[in-house]
Design a protein around this ligand. Structure first.
Ligand code: MG
Ligand code: MG
Length: 259
């Protein structure tokens, strides 16, 4: 069952999402060659707690950390470790918060040092996929329209669209109905209605769409070892149109200062 949210609930969810947005902005300031994922995780946990919120992933399904940090061929659900980041790496940082009982859940893939042009292109197209999916999130459309837009754009560039993991409804729990696949058919799936709140999160691979789970029972990696990108926004449908509750503004401000 889809739980549609009231305008008051959407305002709380906006704050939950913005706490994550500011956290990602802080992470953006600290990402550089030599930094460890575990150090970033600590920064995120401390910041979220300072905002009267709690880390949304820590302990969820027994996940051990505040951030999921997925490096290079890792797609999602990477566990932060103490391996220093190297120039040429990309890292997907996925972060959750709980604020007044509601979840924020949003992600950005960062470049570390000098990244190959082929990988920069993957990052750009994956962000475009996210924007295209958001545009489709409106009354009159169905959930399948979101995935269709994402899939078409990614596959046009020859990339693999991960099938085994999907976006999702978001609210007082991290994963609610409906599932929001990054692939699909026009006009298929549940109708989009006002009050729908979902996390849209294309996971796009440079090579094959196929993924496997590592022995840690968490980390998802590409089957061919090529890199993967992941961006995620929280979106509410208000007055028939998509309203993005999260923002990359803080990340972009931090990255522009580093140039
Ligand atoms: Mg996420
Ligand atoms: Mg999510």
């Amino acid at each position: 069952m889809i739980v549609y949210k009231t305008p008051e609930e959407i305002e709380i969810m906006r704050e939950a999402a913005q706490i994550v947005s500011r956290t990602l902005g802080l992470i953006a300031e600290h990402i550089e060659v030599g930094v460890t994922p575990l150090a970033l995780d600590k920064i995120a946990e401390d910041y979220i707690r300072s905002q009267d919120a709690i880390p949304g992933f820590l302990g969820l399904y027994d996940f051990p950390n505040t951030l999921c940090i997925s490096v290079n061929a890792q797609v999602v659900h990477g566990i932060p470790d103490d391996r220093p980041l190297e120039s040429g790496d990309i890292i997907s940082v996925d972060c959750g918060s709980i604020y007044k009982g509601y979840y924020g859940d949003h992600a950005y893939t960062f470049e570390v040092g000098e990244v190959a042009q082929e990988i920069k292109d993957l990052l750009r197209v994956t962000r475009e996929c996210l924007d295209l999916g958001i545009t489709e999130t409106k009354v009159g459309n169905r959930i399948g329209d979101i995935g269709y837009a994402i899939q078409q754009h990614a596959e046009k560039h020859g990339y693999g669209v991960v099938r085994d993991l999907v976006g999702h409804g978001l609210g007082t729990t991290m994963h609610e109905e409906p599932q929001v696949p990054n692939y699909g058919s026009r006009g298929r799936g549940k109708k989009i209605q006002n009050g729908l709140t979902i996390a849209i999160e294309p996971m796009i691979n440079l090579g094959t769409e196929r993924v496997v789970q590592m022995d840690d029972q968490w980390t998802i990696v590409t089957a061919d070892g090529l890199v993967s990108a992941h961006y995620e926004h929280d979106v509410a449908v208000v007055n028939g149109k998509p309203e993005v509750l999260s923002t990359f503004k803080y990340v972009e401000e931090a990255l522009s200062k580093k140039l």
